[in-house]
Design a protein around this ligand. Structure first.
Ligand code: ZN
Length: 280
């Protein structure tokens, strides 16, 4: 019997399997948790919207190369120029894609949860990953072997049409965040980002530090601490060490920039309701 609840997963770093023969705590992709299920068991139930939207025939073509894995917060899935051995379809995890500047500063260009996939374009091209990809909120994802998935698409080109809407949504999000990063206030971006993270992982308490949020938004930590303190004083959010919760969703939506609704409008989070879908 397949397990679908995150409560059955223990997110322990010690259980991780280093990739490519690496060991230790390198920033290279040491992300892959212990397999969520037995290696020879096929994934047949998923709450990822991309996978659950596929016709049974398409899903069945990819199923042999799927495996559920747990992703640990702040672990790196990819560094720039990595080959994407796997495409990740988050279920309960939220994953951020960062652009890194030459001086080491970084800013988030996309956040992906059950509404999308990381590395989806690698179904169609073999170019390296352009950005740094890091887990923002721990959770479960389905990973698919990229080479095998690409081979399946080459053999059955009609499969590709089922992925195009999600690539389109990804491009739209990056376009919107480009505007957001350039023109909108740090306070508005902070509120937008908190809402986007919670929409994707649906946790009441988001395990986030001010330092992590500052890195994500590309600003200095004291700026985030100052904004967070003000929002807490207004009873809009609450936080303690390492955790933030939204107390007044209407108030934080009112302070978020338009980007939140723009991105949400073309992301099918409402219709899905976060329930697992049985595919066959
Ligand atoms: Zn914005």
């Amino acid at each position: 019997m397949l397990r679908t609840g995150t409560s059955e997963v223990v997110f322990e770093r010690s259980g991780f399997i280093p990739q490519n023969g690496e060991t230790g705590t390198s920033l290279r992709p040491t992300v892959i948790g212990h397999p969520f299920d037995e290696p020879d068991r096929r994934v047949s139930v998923t709450s990822n919207i991309v996978l659950s939207s596929l016709p049974d025939r398409v899903f069945a073509r990819l199923a042999p190369w799927m495996k559920k894995v747990s992703l640990c917060r702040e672990e790196f899935l990819f560094q720039p120029d990595d080959e994407a051995e796997f495409i990740y379809f988050p279920e309960s995890a939220a994953v951020s894609e960062f652009r890194i500047l030459e001086d080491g500063r970084m800013v988030e260009v996309a956040i992906i949860g059950r509404d999308g996939a990381i590395g989806l374009s690698k179904l169609f091209c073999s170019s390296p990953i352009p950005n740094c990809v890091q887990v923002s909120q721990a959770g479960i994802a389905v990973r698919v072997n990229t080479a095998e998935a690409r081979r399946a698409v080459r053999q059955d080109p009609e499969m590709a049409f089922h992925f195009y809407p999600f690539i389109d949504a990804y491009i739209r999000q990056i376009s919107q965040k480009t505007v957001c990063n350039l023109y909108h206030s740090v306070r508005a971006r902070f509120c937008t980002w908190l809402l986007m993270v919670q929409d994707r992982c649906e946790n009441d308490v988001l395990l986030l530090t001010h330092e992590q949020i500052a890195r994500t938004l590309g600003v200095y930590r004291p700026r985030i601490t100052c904004i967070a303190r003000d929002l807490k004083n207004k009873n809009i959010i609450d936080y303690s060490r390492g955790g933030i919760s939204i107390c007044d969703r209407a108030a934080i939506e009112a302070q978020a920039c338009d980007c939140y609704q723009e991105i949400r409008d073309y992301t099918d989070l409402d219709g899905f309701n976060g329930n697992a879908v049985t595919l066959h």
